[in-house]
Design a protein around this ligand. Structure first.
Ligand code: PLP
Length: 340
């Protein structure tokens, strides 16, 4: 039985649900993971995750379909990205099978909290991998926790897709050229809090970061990837070793090519050539697509399609992807994994 929550006003906030999954890595291997009702982690005060940022996370969602079943969107991609992050931070790999089974287990256990079909809400899934144990020197942990908790989250855009404005960061970078920008690690976020706060204080949704080496090309948007649409039917998105590879972005890119017949390009996006874009957006699991109405860069304020209305191509892409995620539109091979 689905619990009774105000599905239309969930927002994006932590909720204490009945069950989470936890597995411990010791002596070179993962133990048999299990569900627990304990939402607190009991770890050594010297854990490398706390001092030196040896930690990684993921984010994906479970969706209730029209027939009442529950499905995941490309969880294998999240598993692979966590593996890539783990490799960069010298953490043990969580095998793809273990990752997907653990996700299914925790979703099933909290099944009553998967929002009903038609509300636009979904179950957000947060896997976390942290280095723990009694180590104070700068070295990788010997022991790790892999845990997954979930929470119902609302449809980001209740009244339809709404464009917002963003500001290009001039005095801050998100990541170094060959640093950990492509790894999904909390450390990248700690440094983004200050520029994010300044941007919000000035009325912008978030910051757009430029490439750290030359500060001439758009990299990504705080916690989402950037894409632009041109008048001649191109979908263009930045390519850089310090961008976090968004699964939403690569899914949109495939849909743009295969279903909208667009030309898709991963390449440089010079910040002084925004004129070529008729539409722009920020994409990620949480909001799917946030249409970018305008970008402030130095003293220039560049408006794309409109500051109040989403552009037609962005809307089309959004509807295609969300339709696939909720099971209303046929998915490309392998994109959907049923939970039951
Ligand atoms: C997670 C994340 C994204 C979005 O990735 P999705 O897989 O689409 O959710 C974009 N940028 C950063 C920095 C991220 O951490």
């Amino acid at each position: 039985m689905t619990v009774d929550l105000d599905w239309d006003n969930l927002g994006f906030q932590y909720r204490h649900l009945p069950f989470r999954y936890i597995s411990y890595f010791k002596n070179g291997k993962w133990n048999q993971g299990q569900l627990t009702e304990d939402a607190n982690l009991h770890i050594s005060e010297s854990s490398p995750a706390l001092h030196y940022g040896q930690q990684a996370f993921e984010g994906l969602k479970a969706y209730r379909t029209k027939d009442g079943s529950i499905q995941l969107f490309r969880p294998d991609q999240n598993a692979e990205r966590l593996q890539a992050t783990a490799e960069r931070l010298l953490m043990p790999q969580v095998p793809t099978d273990m990752f997907i089974e653990a996700v299914k287990k925790v979703v099933r256990a909290n099944e009553d909290y998967v929002p009903p079909y038609g509300t636009g809400a979904s179950l957000y899934i947060r896997p976390l991998l942290i280095g723990i144990g009694d180590i104070i020197g700068v070295q990788p942990a010997q022991e790790y926790i892999f845990t997954i908790f979930v929470m119902p989250v609302g449809n980001y855009f209740k009244g339809g897709l709404l464009p917002t404005k963003f500001i290009v960061a001039e005095d801050f970078d998100r990541a170094a050229p060959y640093g950990t920008g492509a790894a999904k690690v909390g450390g990248n976020y700690a440094g983004s809090l200050l520029p994010g706060k300044q941007a919000k204080g000035n009325g912008f949704s978030d910051v757009i970061y430029l490439d750290p080496a030359t500060h001439t090309k758009i990299e990504e948007v705080g916690a989402a990837n950037f894409f632009g649409i041109t008048a001649d039917n191109q979908f263009i998105t930045p390519l850089s070793p310090s961008i976090l590879p968004s699964i939403t972005k690569y899914s949109l890119l495939e849909l743009a090519k295969d279903r909208l017949g667009m030309e898709v390009i991963e390449g440089d996006v010079p910040v002084d050539q925004l004129n070529k874009f008729t539409e722009a957006g920020a994409c990620g699991t949480a909001a799917v697509i946030s249409p970018i109405g305008a970008i402030q860069y130095k003293h220039e304020y560049h408006v794309f399609y409109s500051e109040t209305e989403v552009g037609p191509v962005t809307k089309r892409l959004y509807e295609e992807l969300v339709g696939i995620q909720f099971g209303d539109i046929e998915a490309p091979e392998g994109w959907i994994v049923k939970v039951d």
